[in-house]
Design a protein around this ligand. Structure first.
Ligand code: B1M
Length: 212
């Protein structure tokens, strides 16, 4: 359908206003909300993720596309919730205690939402207990933690230890990322998964939740 391709193309170009207009027109025309999400927004965001991974586009383009995705999702979210679209699962996402960097975390949130996950974003400077409390309250099976500082990455370990102490390690999986984080650090602290970028975070979340 041309309308859906146009939505995807405009998302790739980061045209937030145009994406909003096109989505409203598609809704008014009676095109199914899941079709708009899957064949418009998600197709577009998948292309953006692939281009970013291959370094064909860079952060500014991703941020514009992310803004367009956000504009589109805001229009679709109430309709999706009202028809009870099956979610891929809930992910609690935050930046660890002592750390206020959130640009990367927000990108990860948009990519996860775009791929059909329900994201509970608990913000920045988040203590271990808050991650666990939110996952328990929401029934989330995955906690995602972001850190950018050498002084705060250790707080990822604190959350994993607290999860272990609560008897929830394994039931609730952990995924970590952020410029300073590496796979070997993830292995060292017992995180279930590590992703180097937002597109890989989607693949890793699917893998950890047995959806890939
Ligand atoms: Co800060 N900062 N900063 N900073 N800052 C860095 C991280 C730093 C490397 C700059 C430098 O010195 N070269 C340095 C850290 C050094 C270190 O510890 N190794 C640093 C420092 C020192 C500081 C302060 C201490 C400075 C000071 O006050 N003296 C201070 C700390 C504040 C605090 O947190 N307590 C500070 C403050 C800030 C600002 C507030 C000014 C601002 C943050 C604004 C914001 O986020 N709202 C800021 C910024 C912007 C940066 C740089 C320039 C850019 C970070 C960024 O947004 N990158 C950064 C230098 C750099 O990294 N080049 C720097 C883009 C973003 C998309 O990448 O977050 O890595 P990133 O996310 C990627 C992946 O890592 C991955 O996906 C994303 C998309 O691909 N990813 C995940 C991220 N989270 C993930 C989670 C996942 C999976 C993947 O699973 C859950």
């Amino acid at each position: 359908m041309d309308e859906l391709k146009e939505i995807a193309d405009n998302l790739i170009e980061g045209e937030a206003d145009k994406v909003g207009e096109l989505i409203q027109a598609a809704i008014d025309k009676g095109i199914g909300v899941e079709k708009i999400l899957n064949e418009g927004l998600i197709v577009g965001m998948t292309v953006v993720g692939q281009q970013f991974k291959k370094e064909e586009i860079f952060l500014p383009e991703v941020l514009f596309a992310a803004r367009a995705m956000k504009a589109g999702l805001e229009l679709l979210e109430p309709l999706l919730l009202s028809i009870g679209t099956a979610s891929k699962g809930k992910v609690v996402l935050g930046t660890v205690k002592g750390d206020v960097h959130d640009i990367g975390k927000n990108l990860v949130a948009v990519m996860l939402k775009g791929a059909g996950f329900e994201v509970i974003d608990i913000g920045v400077d988040t203590p271990a207990e808050r991650f666990i409390e939110a996952a328990r309250e929401q029934g989330a099976r995955l906690i995602g933690m972001s850190a950018l500082l050498g002084t705060t990455m250790q707080n990822m370990q604190t959350t994993i230890t607290a999860l272990e102490e609560a008897g929830l390690k394994g039931q609730i999986k952990t995924m970590i990322g952020g410029a300073i984080v590496t796979q070997s650090f993830a292995d060292k602290i017992g995180a279930d998964g590590y992703a180097p970028d937002a597109a890989s975070a989607v693949d890793k979340a699917k893998e950890l939740l047995g959806l890939s």
